[in-house]
Design a protein around this ligand. Sequence first.
Ligand code: ZN
Length: 270
Amino acid sequence: MRRRTFVAGAGTTLAAIVASGAVSRPSGNESLLEAARRPADAGEASTSTETILSDTVHETSLYEIDAPAEGPTAMVFGGVHGDERSGIEVAREITDWHPDAGTLVVIPETDRVAVENDEREGVDGDLNRQFPADGEPTSDLARGIWDAVERHDPDVVLDLHRSLGIYGFHREYVGQAIFHSPDAYGGELATRLDDDAVPWYLPFHRFTAAESASSGPLLFQKAARDLEASAYLFETTNFMLDRQTKVEMTRLATAHVLELHGLLEAGGDE
Ligand SMILES: [Zn+2]
């Protein structure tokens, strides 16, 4: 009886803490997202759109947002896997962002057939295995995407994904992880996301940064290998996370990568 009373009391306390919102939610990072969404002090960014893989089943849009100040070029991909919706959603959203410096290039629906079918793979199979170290990209889609990458010659590449499980806990799954080229800020990105995107009550969802060999067949690996880009593959997870949380983690990861590489200035901390 006594024990039962105690448990009920603890539950009530926890419910009160959760309801207050004060400690139950991560802080987010409004100043960073605000910096991403508002025009730079130096002036408006200019956006242009191009169609790549025109007149093919893979036809898709590429957005180029030029900031008023000089800086690096960052290229962000959504929909390399068509059923990983949080990355697609964030990539669409950031076509309205305003970098302070450099150029932001976005392809929200990289494998457009896969995105439209809401499936991992499109007509040519798994796009993210088609960039081998020992030759050309192995499908029409992969070649068309790579042509666009070469034309824009990014200094930074961010490929947005979503897994089913958590890296290190669920065998074969890679969620809540940042795979990155040796020169990229993977560890710093994980620390920042743990601070402002991962709730305290989900300790298994803290991010792992893992340096990646550049010899693999993934898009971000080819960008690191051939263009010497600082390259990231970001993975959130379906495990215990609702859509809104996956999107917020992906959004914050994108903003932090842009800030770490000088495209965004987060502004004063008040
Ligand atoms: Zn994926």
